[in-house]
Structures are given as C-alpha cells and as structure tokens.
Ligand binder design. Structure first.
Ligand SMILES: CC(=O)SCCNC(=O)CCNC(=O)[C@H](O)C(C)(C)COP(=O)(O)OP(=O)(O)OC[C@H]1O[C@@H](n2cnc3c(N)ncnc32)[C@H](O)[C@@H]1OP(=O)(O)O
Ligand SMILES: CC(C)C(=O)C(=O)O
Length: 518
C-alpha cells in the first residue's frame, strides 16, 4: 500500500464559508485535534487576507507539532512574503501559491492572457521556493482549464520549484471518470509530474467531491485536500472523514493508506461543530448521530444476529462511544484528563484547573457529563473570549399576558459590580435589554436566536447562538447552560464583550472581531 497525504483545509477553505468564522483559540484547539488525529498537512489560513488570519497561521505554525503547516498566497509578492513571515518559526512550513488558469477566470476575473499566467506562475512559485523547500502550486479552476494549457502551467510550476501540484475542481464541476482521466493524463504527459506529489482539491456543488477525490487517487493523486464535516465554500469541500473511511473500508479499490487515527474522527467532527455552532446533520456519513443507528425491525433483527449485516464498519472504528468511564460529580482530575485525551482535546496544564472547575460546576447540575458536554467545556475555555464583562447572576420572571422582567448582576475587569433590570417581550428580550443597559450599550439589535440541545435528557445543556447587528455588521455570540435563559444571557454577553473589545482596539472604525459573521 502506498501512503496518501491528508491535507486538511478546514481552517482555510472551511472557514471561508459564511457563518463558519472561528476565533484564534478555537483554531488552535482544532489544529491540535487535527494533529493528534494524524493529518499530514494543516492549511492554517491565508496570511495576506487579514491580520487575524496572519496571527492564526503564526500561532498554529509556532504551537502545533507534527503536521506540515501550509499558508495560502496569491501570485503576489506581498502575499508570498506574508506567508513566509507567518511561517517563520514553523518546523515544517509549506507555502501554497495559487493562480486561476481557466479561460473563464483568465478573461473575466484576472484579465490576463495565457503567457501572463505562465509568467506569473513561474515568478510566484520561484519566489516561494526561494523561501521554503516545500511549495505547493494550485491552478485554480483546473478542471475547466484547456488541457494543453493546464499541462503548460503545471510544467512551468514544476520547473520553478513546486514540490506539490494541486488540481482544484474549484466549482465542483468535474465527474469521477473525467477527473481520474485528467490525473492519468497529467502523470503521462507533463514532464516531471511523476517526480512531484499530485494532489486533488474537490468541491461539492454536485455532491461529487468525495467521489471525485477518490477517482483522483485512482488516477495518481497522492495527496487529497479535504475538510472536517465537508465544510467549505458554497456546498463545501470533500469531507475528510468520508475519504479516510472509504480508503479504510475499501483498501483493495484504491491501494493507498492514510496515517489518520480513525478513532478520533467523531471527536474532531463534534469539536468543529461545537466551535462553529453549526450542527452536523444526523444522517451525515461517518459522523452523524444516526450513522450507526438502527430502528427498523428487520435491521435490528439482522444486527442482533450479526452486526456486519447492516454495518460496513464498526462505530468504535470512528470513535463512537464504546466502553468508557461515566463522568459525573464524583469524578476526579485523572478521569477527566484521560477522557479529554481520548477525545483528542488535550488541554494545556496551565488551563486544566479552569476546565476542571467548570466541569465540577456543571457536574453539580447534571447527572452525567457526556462527551458533548466536555467539548463545550474545552471550546468555552479555548475561545479565550471571556471578558471584560462577566455575568454574576440573573433572575427573570415571565407569564401569560404580562411583560417579562429580568435583573442582571455583572462585573467588569476594571469596574465594580453593576446591577440592572429591564422589561421585555419574553425573558430573552428582557435579559437582552437589561444587559445592554448594564453595559451602557446604546446601539445594537438582536436579529437571530437559535437554541439547540448539546445532549439529550431532562438535564441537558442548551447551546444558544445569537446574531446581533450593529453598524450594518452581524456579530455572533454563543452561550451554554442547563438553563436556556442563562445560556442566552451568556451568548448576548459574548457579543457585548466583542463590541467592547473592538471599541478598545479600533474605536474609530468599530473594527470587525473574530466573532463577526457576514
Ligand atoms: C478558490 C479559493 O478559495 S481562493 C481563496 C479565497 N480566499 C479569499 O478570498 C480570502 C479572503 N479574501 C480577502 O480577504 C481579500 O479578497 C484579499 C485581502 C485576499 C484581497 O482583497 P483586495 O485586494 O481588496 O482584492 P479583491 O478581493 O477585491 O479582489 C481580488 C484581487 O486579487 C486578484 N487575484 C485573485 N486571485 C489571484 C491570484 N491567485 N494571484 C494574483 N492575483 C489574484 C484579482 O484579480 C483581484 O485583483 P485586482 O484587485 O487587481 O482587481
Ligand atoms: C486555492 C484553491 C486550492 C482553492 O481553494 C480552490 O480552487 O477551490
């Protein structure tokens, strides 16, 4: 079996999807989970896109050991230099340079002729190569590019020093047969193509991203680019967990093997979902909550006789809960640390006390702490977005035919305790008004409110996600509690804290924060 590299782009292409913005601490937490799962390459971001992206790549490059860390750059010297700078302390850096090559992109977007594309490719790749021994080049929209011209561009990139050539199906247009054939053609016709690594990057506009990635492997690709839960631009990218398990369950079909520890797939998928606040559909292959559920009598009968009647892989092989400790109010530090490690959510020693204290507090309110509750604890701790305001206590009253009232008590990092009260149309609205008043916010409106249960059961935690608008921008806040009004108060305060931090760092522009959504 030949090895195949798994290149994860959850933090770059995945984060490009509307509503999937992640904060720095959350990105680092996710990158650590990806590293402990065994991905070969983590594309940590696009450093020239924003100071936040630059810092995220830098932080991951400095703090995550194991995988190669890649940074994306256009064929612009300033983009390539930003990638170099963000990766300056990285042990295994990769600069990923891209330039669109299809006629549609050349004529309508870049307004460049073919010879200019060739020149820019050569200059961009050579510049990246002068900084870094590991350079990837992507001819964007490769699958809609004239084959002969694509061959010329790849040849130019290889001669300029690219060590990986990635073939993106940028708009999810190709089909498995066509894509396999394209990879074979490149291997056979482009000089030097067999000496470098060929890679596939597929989008899911026609629901073919995973099938196309697997076809590319049959055609000679030895790296696949993918994201957890298949998140990404528009309909998303190829789902990492689906590719990895297809290779695992059908090795005879593809003849390659990945280094992924498949038992960590479910935990990583849930961590991402918890960070973004976007749930995984129950019927999602490999990681959805119904992926191993059986309700129909005929299926249950078959399963009771032999699990392989209706299961092509075991739930344990992808990390669905098997035998384990039950975590609750009587559990101690060893059990908590061991379960967090099993889930791939290692918490730094200096952060562990805070996570343990939050665990004990929750265990007082819940009979059993499930894996989803632990993900919430880890994410809340990793977001690092707790101040300057902290909710001390709140009280609401509401009933049929009367206004709701809410009283809140808050502390501020630099001010004494504040108490305020407000009435509103329901307890959440009253709490929103009381918090706005207590923190002296004069503008901002609650525009969306979503509540989801973190786990099942009468003592389950609720996850509240709120969108609040201010100055034409939408900010997202997330809060957790066994009481959904309290979770709402935490989510609203999360937004108010983002506003306050933004006004400290960029008062004149109301600078966007990591929690901003578009
Ligand atoms: C298929 C993909 O996923 S590609 C990656 C997509 N990711 C992103 O776009 C990340 C977020 N993007 C951003 O923050 C911004 O678009 C920035 C900072 C990168 C650029 O912002 P701006 O300079 O304002 O340019 P804007 O986004 O409006 O337009 C893109 C420019 O890049 C050019 N461009 C696009 N791709 C490339 C490329 N690979 N190499 C060189 N130039 C490129 C376009 O022609 C356009 O140039 P122009 O400004 O001279 O007309
Ligand atoms: C930058 C490239 C690899 C990309 O994301 C795409 O073409 O979809």
């Amino acid at each position: 079996m030949e090895p195949i590299k798994i290149f994860d782009t959850t933090l770059r292409d995945g984060e490009q999807a509307p509503g999937f913005t992640m904060r720095m601490g959350e990105k680092l937490q996710l990158a650590k989970a990806l590293a402990s799962m065994g991905v070969d390459v983590i594309e940590a971001g696009f450093p020239a896109a924003s100071p936040d992206d630059f810092r995220a790549v830098q932080t991951i490059a400095d703090g995550v050991a194991g995988p190669t860390i890649a940074a994306l750059a256009r064929c612009h010297s300033s983009d390539i230099d930003a990638a170099r700078d963000a990766l300056a302390n990285c042990k295994k850096p990769r600069i990923h340079v891209f330039l669109a090559t299809s006629a549609i992109h050349r004529e309508h977007k870049l307004k460049l002729a073919k010879d200019e594309i060739l020149t820019r490719t050569r200059i961009g790749v050579a510049r990246a190569r002068s900084y870094c021994a590991d350079v990837e080049f992507s001819p964007e929209d490769a699958s809609r590019t004239e084959r002969d011209f694509l061959g010329q561009v790849i040849d130019e990139a290889i001669r300029a020093g690219a060590t990986t050539i990635n073939i993106p199906d940028t708009v999810g247009y190709t089909t498995p047969q066509e894509f396999e054939d394209l990879f074979r053609w490149i291997g056979e016709h482009v000089p030097g193509a067999r000496e470098i690594t060929l890679s596939a990057h597929c989008h899911d506009d026609l629901g073919l991203a995973v099938a196309n990635s697997l076809a590319a492997i049959r055609g000679g690709a030895r790296q696949v680019e993918c994201t957890l839960n298949g998140i990404g631009e528009r309909a998303g990218n190829a789902a990492l967990e689906e590719i990895v398990m297809a290779l695992n369950v059908r090795p005879e079909e593809y003849g390659v093997t990945s280094a992924i520890d498949t038992k960590r797939l479910v935990a990583a998928s849930r961590l991402l979902s918890r960070i973004t606040g976007i749930p995984v559909p129950p019927n999602k292959a490999i990681v959805g909550k119904n992926a191993f559920a059986h309700e129909a009598g005929i299926h249950q009968h078959g399963m009771l006789e032999h699990a392989s009647t209706y299961e092509i892989m075991t739930p344990e092989s992808v990390g669905f809960d098997g035998e384990r400790f039950v975590l609750g109010k009587h559990s101690g530090r060893h059990a908590l640390k061991s379960r967090l490690n099993e889930l791939g959510h290692g918490v730094a020693d200096e952060d562990f006390d805070a996570v343990f204290a939050a665990f004990k507090e929750l265990a007082d309110r819940k009979r059993e702490i499930l894996d989803a509750d632990l993900e919430v604890l880890v994410v809340s701790n990793a977001s690092g977005a707790t101040g300057p305001w902290t909710l001390l206590s709140f009280h609401t009253s509401s009933g049929t035919g009367r206004l709701s009232t809410s009283t809140v008590s808050l502390t501020h990092e630099t001010a004494p305790e504040v108490d305020e009260a407000a009435t509103g149309d329901g307890p959440v609205d009253a709490t929103f008004r009381a918090l706005m008043r207590a923190t002296q916010q004069t503008s901002g409106a609650l525009t969306d409110f979503h509540v989801a249960s973190v786990t099942l059961g009468e003592d389950a935690q609720g996850q509240v996600t709120v969108d609040c608008e201010r100055g034409g921008r939408t900010y997202r806040g997330v809060g957790y509690s066994t009481d959904i009004v309290e979770a709402s108060a935490h989510a609203i305060l999360d937004v108010i804290n983002q506003w306050e931090r933004a006004s400290v760092t960029a008062p004149e522009q109301g600078m966007a924060t990591a929690g901003e959504t578009h």
